[in-house]
Design a protein around this ligand. Sequence first.
Ligand code: ADP
Ligand code: MG
Length: 739
Amino acid sequence: MANLRFQVVAEAFKKKPLDIKAPAERPSEYFGKKVFNREKMYKYLPKQVYNKMIDVMDNGARLDLDVADAVAAGMKQWATENDVTHYTHWFQPLTEGTAEKHDSFVEHDGKGGMIEEFSGKLIVQQEPDASSFPSGGIRSTFEARGYSAWDPTSPVFIIDDTLCIPTVFISYSGEALDYKAPLLRSLHAVNVAATDVCHFFYPNVKKVFSTLGWEQEYFLVDEGLYSARPDLLLTGRTLMGHDSAKNQQMDDHYFGTIPDRVQAFMKDLEIQALELGIPCKTRHNEVAPNQFELAPIFEETNLAVDHNMLLMSLMRKVARKHGFRVLLHEKPFAGINGSGKHNNWSLSTDTGVRLHAPGKTQEDTLRFVVFIVETLMGVYRHNGLLKASIMSASNAHRLGANEAPPAIISSFLGKQVSELLDHIEKADPDALTMAGKQGMKMDIPEIPEIMIDNTDRNRTSPFAFTGNRFEFRAVGSEANCASAMIALNSAVAEALADFKQRVDARIAAISGDETFRDGKHNATYHAILDIIREDIATCKPIRFDGNGYSDEWVVEAEKRGLDTEKSCPVIFERYLDKASIDMFSKLGVMTEKELEARNEVKWETYTKKIQIEARVLGDLSINHIIPVATRYQSQLLENVHNMHVSFASDKADKLSARNVKIIEEIAERTSNIETMVEELVEARKKANVIADEHTKAIAYHDTVAPKLDEIRYQIDKLELIVDDACWPLPKYRELLFIR
Ligand code: ADP
Ligand code: MG
């Protein structure tokens, strides 16, 4: 019987890289070719419509239907010039992907023929029949329908023959059913709070943007090999597979030469991504074999999130064209690194100030300190929530295992910034006041100009300061970045608003006091210093520069009051903590009802993922692994039997000792597997009758998930002893080293 495995391995070896021709133009020329960006708006829209759209995009002005109609006309013209026949609202439901429903432009012309039509109404709002998207019961309880509404801050783009319109997806009663709606609300909240705080330093600032630069890690696997692995196909990860003798121990993959077939894929992907306005910048091999990374130049957060979603779907498509499958799962292979998506995050003003970058003047440095410290305050207060925002059944494999990042959220600042904060904190406030009272020059702690040293990095910190931004490294490769960005921007918005309030109160308290007029600094400066000093002390527990994997850190973190929970469904509970509900509702990001509904979805999704894995592993155990192992065992038995037919019993015993041992081991392991699969089914049955999604998810985590590892252990041991020629599933050494 031909072994499918050998067939696909042989074919994978023979595959050649596709010949991808670069466009005749330079990247700077075809960048954004398929995007209805400002340049196209200027070309295709009447002047006053263009101006109105700029106002809508930059200042959140209301979009009137007549303007939308004019925009639709311009879009349609541009789209038809690009052979577009359909349009779709493109949205991000609570599954980790995007959704679209295509409608064609054609309408009856009333004279028996057809015409192409596209009106403002169709851009602005659509009603996808979306009853099967997860909603945590919001739609069934309140309004049956959901609708999608245009987000004019993210430009319309073309994929193949379809015009894609980025939209939010909400219920008729106004609850968010997607990631984009709360993201936009959180970006608004951080804009308002940060702009207020900026006014202490720069009165001209009108707007603060959150910026995001993600780094997308992924694996590529040959399509033929992939198709011979039902576990990869159905769950996105390998549920079994013994370590390859060689994997990443030589560190020879990281930044190594990119294989030709992969290079062709990357080239193709980048051309298409650039045409879609995704500013791809960096590509390289990652640590694990067959693991790679793509990073664009950072952008405004809403746009960056859309671009990441778009890129992930583009990757899936382009990979197939090149005979690959892209694995975005956080942990497709045990024993080697998983994939993350570092979220480089910062805030910057419409006047061009990067708020997390140190500046030249003392005032700039104080502003820098304020934004660093208030970011830490947000992360400190909501460290459990931030962990919840990046947690998923698949990312759980990465966090807390001995792999970056650890499952406790802490922040690494580097030596210079740490010392700066310590310096400010330690300056004795009494001494300052006394000095002032005696009419002497105020001894303000001199805030030194700092130049951040880029080499001072801790690669394993989950939330590291990297010179002019923070890098939230716990985000999973498959995740919608919006989830992390909603939590982070909200937490920082809350901290900034709270800071502003306390500074204002402090200013009011001291402004009549002559002590605080030293000719050099005003009451505001003193008030800011006072409050920031308080906050430096308060948020100290979140600062950690040591080894995040040591057992001592877990103990220490608990002492510091940080969240050390590791169970995924329990971590989701943090969304429903009073502090989280208060923060989200106060900022207008999400209501309690929305949070509850979304948690239902999270728990349900968790359960389903483990459930599918359990079914796949159960099936593979019973109908792939046990039969193959048993067949091999029979061969050995036959050999033992023949030995006894051919030789005297003593000699036969001796000669067949090794085979007998293997026969026994196979018997033991297959019987273990059988028992464990039965237990797995039992555990599932028990969990399945639990009605409450929260309790059910916890049952799946506690009683079903651990069985997967136990079964895997037995199978991986069998893989080592069963004849390679009959093993049906491509092995790690084949999946990971073939191009
Ligand atoms: P590394 O792998 O060393 O962390 P990369 O160059 O791969 O760095 O990625 C850094 C990412 O951070 C890029 O997407 C870059 O555009 C982004 N970035 C740089 N400055 C900022 C900023 N102020 N805000 C958000 N992202 C930023
Ligand atoms: Mg990075």
